[in-house]
Design a protein around this ligand. Structure first.
Ligand code: ADP
Ligand code: MG
Length: 264
């Protein structure tokens, strides 16, 4: 199971929308996918129409319930959800006393390693212990950026945090890509942000951009990913493109690894 944290400590940049729809897109393309809701606001959970239940991420992190028992089916075949609930908000304080508190998620996910191909973690809008746990468990990070004036603000701190986690907790960690969200091609500022982000991050920026699309903002209130709400919307097409680009990057990485292995 390859694990990807969808992270940006800014709120409202499209993390949850990307987590739900990228996970759904990859599942529709035939992979076995797990989506983990790691935000106490539980928007990914409600956005997939999951009902409130007893067990959720809180119990996994505290080692009270096994991951297998927390999985929920979704309307998308092949996509399962490990939900969150508002009381997840207390978990950071509770974990503070734990030894290895940054690795609780990584440990909790271990039993699922053979069960899924991909796992996406929807992070909260902070760089607290929940995000650190996601980064410690992950292979890669996907960073959504909203195309607005302050898009790059705070990005330095995020990149620095990723670097620190890589050095101290999780040497395999890398940034898989940055995705521009709420893109409005009629707006000059949007183009400026794209240029600036590309200047900084080059090839790391996905070719696919996610347009501002009202269908994407409506889908969660129906408890559905965009593909089950309006498959012909521009939002759906963009997230399907992103899912393909994501898988392509994974394939290229595998090939590179293979040929590096042959050479050595
Ligand atoms: P985050 O998880 O980073 O806080 P969300 O994914 O919840 O961000 O997005 C913030 C708000 O913007 C939500 O109301 C969401 O429905 C809306 N939104 C996200 N992406 C788009 C988009 N591409 N077009 C229109 N609305 C969007
Ligand atoms: Mg969110």
């Amino acid at each position: 199971m390859r694990i990807f944290a969808i992270a940006n400590q800014k709120g409202g940049v499209g993390k949850t929308t990307t987590a739900i729809n990228l996970a759904a897109g990859v599942a529709i393309l035939g992979k076995r996918v797990l989506l983990i809701d790691s935000d106490p606001q539980a928007n990914a959970t409600s956005g997939l129409g999951a009902e409130v239940a007893e067990g959720h991420l809180y119990h996994l992190l505290l080692g009270e319930i096994q991951a297998q028992e927390l999985l929920r089916e979704t309307e998308v075949p092949g996509l399962l959800l490990l939900p969150a609930q508002i009381d997840l908000i207390g978990v950071e304080a509770e974990l503070l006393g734990f030894k290895g508190r940054e690795r609780c998620l990584a440990q909790g996910l271990f039993p699922l390693a053979e069960r899924f191909d991909y796992c996406f973690i929807d992070c909260p809008p902070s760089l607290g212990l929940l995000t650190i746990n996601a980064l410690s468990a992950a292979h890669g990070v996907i960073i959504p950026l909203q195309c607005e004036y302050y898009a790059l603000e705070g990005l330095g701190l995020l990149v620095q945090t990723i670097r620190r986690v890589k050095q101290s907790l999780n040497p395999r960690l890398f940034i898989q890509g940055l995705v521009l969200t709420m893109y409005d091609k009629r707006n000059r500022l949007t183009h400026q942000v794209r240029r600036e982000v590309t200047n900084h991050f080059g090839q790391l920026v996905y070719q696919t951009v996610i347009p501002r699309n009202v269908r994407l903002s409506e889908a969660p209130s129906h408890g559905k990913p965009i593909f089950l709400y309006d498959v012909h919307s521009r939002g759906a097409m963009a997230y399907m493109e992103l899912a393909k680009e994501f898988l392509k990057r994974e394939m290229i990485r595998r090939e590179k690894k293979k040929s590096a292995g042959k050479r050595s």
